[in-house]
Design a protein around this ligand. Sequence first.
Ligand SMILES: *Cc1c(COP(=O)(O)O)cnc(C)c1O
Length: 380
Amino acid sequence: MPRPIEALVHPAALAHNLAVARRHAGDARLWAVVKANAYGHGVERAFEGLKSADGFALLDLAEAERVRGCGWRGPVLLLEGCFEPRDLELCSRLNLWHVVHTAEQIDWLAAHKTHEPHRVFLKMNSGMNRLGFPPQAFRSAWARLNALPQVDEVSLMTHFSDADAPRGIAHQIASFEAATADLPGERSLSNSAAILRHGATPGLRNDWVRAGILSYGSAPDFPERGIADWGLLPAMTLQTKLIATQQLQPGDTVGYGSRFTAERAMRIGIAACGYADGYPRYAPAETEAGAPVLVDGLRTRTVGRVSMDMLAVDLEPLRAAGRPAGVGAEVTLWGEGPGGSRLPIDEVAEACGTVAYELMCALSPRVPVRCLDEDGADPG
Ligand SMILES: *Cc1c(COP(=O)(O)O)cnc(C)c1O
């Protein structure tokens, strides 16, 4: 029998979450952001759930080829644009739209030979200070791009640093609007947090919004709000089984470094999941802390250091509930558990000092992934 760990991808949840994004997005068209192998879900698997999107946005050229390989003929946007001049050949061949964020990318386009002119998204750095032309250089970049025979339509884009945070987006909208107000072209500003939280902000104009994390069933503003508050569903479940149990006496310790000490007699279970599967090693190891986990659908916590292939869970809440668990019990690390139980990935990420993005993306290639169809049944 294979090691019991597996990840499930829920296409129906992806479709549901994308519909939530659409409800918040007004008339804007929707990019499904599928970078980083669809946030760890797998481009092809996620495609099934997200194909009602108006386009797919990503940044790896090989992933763009995979989206085309799914049969998608609609828009595909490269969020970081081209990394070198010859990438433009693939853009021409696969009809990829691409972001232009540096003068070098304009130079490459100017030297590119293409039959069909390219659709580009010119990116402004409105305060994130990662990619894009500063506001004072934006107009001349736009004029240069707009004059190129290689360019079809120029759209305008920027990215928010604080759509999920108290600082908000008003300062970046002001900077973007000041530099672009009279420029023609479609606009794309909002990420998941802006879609959900700032849809009604005055001055925010979107012809395209970019839905990433929300589609995968994480609340971009957790812990202020959780997926239940936004009506989102987990798109990924990570599950395994108990492969052993141990009875501890007071003073006994658990795992490497003896970071957990039992204060009273207690039973623990050993689950077949460790950091080599993508589970965070930063789960708190000390007594009374731990990260949340479900065993047979009941909520408990991890105890001690997470190892490469295993982690320990506290079985006392199950005993207290009259549902003692042993070898073979179902362990849900995040996502949908048995009997309608659910552990949002945001809660695990929060306990481990990280974000759901990182946990999803870190799912290890050694974990088998299964896609569930609409009824939650396994299509085989
Ligand atoms: C990743 C990314 C997004 C999606 O962000 P979420 O927070 O996951 O919605 C949107 N725009 C750009 C430019 C990105 O790189």
